[in-house]
Design a protein. Sequence first.
Length: 192
Amino acid sequence: MDVARPGSSPFARVGRREFGYNTRQVDRFLTKARAHYNAEDPDGDAITSRDVRATAFDPAKGGYEPQAVDAALDRLEDVFAQRERDHLISTKGEDAWLREIGRTAAVLRNRLHRPPGERFRRPTKRNSPSYDIEDVDRLCDQLLQYLEDDLPMSVDVVRRAVFREARGADGYEENQVDGFLDRVVELMAGID
């Protein structure tokens, strides 16, 4: 795991009047992640790949460059996912890992096999922001090919997916799509 020199800034900063990520929050999280990673008994105050993926930082003027921090978090998530996979295999065997991957993939495939336009809920409130159905379904089709036809696909495609905005029932509910994509990222990070 990369470690910044004491007193050095691990990331470039945005301009003083621009918004970036809160430097204290980023530094605090990375210090905690580093301590967990280097701990003799990492089960203590455990940080998981899911925790890394769910981490968010407040905006702050003159903060860290968001793209640089996000890229570092992606690498950190991959390191923790690999460690979690290796731990599962060493404690319960490769068959346990394969069963877990298989169960997760089956749940994801079930949703992906739904007809286009019906894969996720529609918001009940008329003007709620939602995700464009065609954009989400296009990614879902690629994911189905990845899971069933061995289409090469990087986890970063899913991490960086951006969908056009829709309104209300004209789109898919954002929270449900985001939750699903989190599970996809978890699966892909655990496989690769």
